[in-house]
Design a protein around this ligand. Structure first.
Ligand code: SAM
Length: 324
């Protein structure tokens, strides 16, 4: 008698993505069905994970030491894993391939690796995701899983390309182009292409967002203002925070939603306006949940939301008492 060790009806869930050619971009990752925001698209373990020596301010990582670490980690891999790594795309800098000490592995690592906090990892599936300055997915290294998790930040239609950002996005198109130079392509996403008025408006919004984050976060506190001046200032900041959230939404910068909503929540909590404070804190919490349910940021928003709800409830109780 043959005893099956598998559950009889077990079939692994189909992958949400497929890797295939993306015109003008090499390979890319595409959704195999409609994907709702917050859905985990892939979880990828690093084939190589190295801890580089200290980075020096203004100089960067000591590249020779990194090269030694990468080569050692690569040599320890199976042939299949080595092959997978060598199949990744590499942006070779002008003249680099002619140098006597040219090392393709180093170039692959430079073109595809991601920071995971104190380490740098090479994730071969995540490495196939192309860049957009208005991406539809986000990603996060989750230390306790030892994985980089990619999740949808907006609705992605079946067949649509999945994109993430390789760079911070609160810069003008020109500055983003400069940062993307190291990857050897010019971005043609909807924020970069099209009419000059569109890109100008997008640049303007991104600069406004950066300025607003800088201004509002430097004084972000839950302390209730006491003086007339401080109260006036807090009211102005609450208004500016709403404008910040509006701009981030308008620009479709999902990577910054949670941060912006948190600013709005705290600015309203300072005014003891518990209803909007709760609503915005919860919105921020919901976005944080998409990235990592157990991250410090998610936990912080969960705690803030509960605190604001309690205050809101107390406010409602007081109101109904005084009416009675
Ligand atoms: C991390 S890899 C992404 C996967 C890569 N397309 C492949 O074929 O393996 C980065 C490289 O992909 C290409 N790439 C990524 N985003 C792009 C974009 N928006 N437009 C054109 N090329 C892009 C560039 O060649 C870049 O150096």
């Amino acid at each position: 008698m043959i005893i099956s060790i598998f559950a009889p009806d077990f079939t692994p869930p189909p992958e949400l993505f497929v890797i295939k050619q993306s015109p003008g971009k090499g390979l890319g990752v595409f959704a195999t069905r409609d994907v709702e925001p917050g859905t985990v698209i892939m979880q990828d373990s690093p084939l190589i994970l190295i801890r580089p020596p200290e980075m020096h301010e203004g100089i960067g990582y000591p590249l020779d030491a990194i090269q030694i670490l990468i080569t050692k980690a690569f040599d320890a891999l199976s042939e299949d894993d080595q092959e997978e790594i060598l199949s990744l795309s590499a942006h070779v800098l002008p003249g680099e391939a002619d140098e006597t000490d040219y090392d393709r592995l180093k170039t692959i690592f430079r073109s595809n690796a991601y920071n995971t906090g104190r380490e740098i990892g090479l994730f071969t599936k995540v490495a196939r995701i192309n860049h957009s300055c208005r991406p539809n997915a986000g990603y996060q290294w989750i230390e306790r899983l030892g994985k980089r998790v990619v999740y949808a930040t907006s609705r992605i239609d079946e067949g649509e390309e999945i994109s993430v950002t390789y760079i911070p996005l609160l810069f003008s198109k020109k500055d983003r182009e400069r940062r993307l130079d190291q990857y050897g392509f010019k971005c043609s996403c909807e924020a970069c292409a099209g009419h000059t008025e569109n890109t100008w408006a997008s640049d303007h919004r991104r600069q406004e967002i950066q300025k607003a984050f800088f201004e509002l976060e430097k004084e972000l506190t839950l302390e209730v203002p006491r003086s007339i001046m401080a109260k006036k200032n807090a009211r102005r900041q609450a208004e500016e925070s709403l404008r910040l959230a509006e701009l981030v939404d308008e620009e479709g910068l999902a990577d910054y939603y949670a941060q912006a909503y948190r600013v709005v929540a705290v600015c309203h909590a300072r005014l003891e306006q518990w209803e909007p404070a709760t609503i915005w804190a919860h919105k921020s919490y919901e976005v944080r949940l998409m990235g990592d349910m157990q991250s410090e940021e998610t936990l912080e928003m969960q705690i803030l939301t509960s605190r604001f709800i309690e205050n809101w409830e107390a406010e409602l109780r007081n109101k109904s008492k005084s009416r009675a």
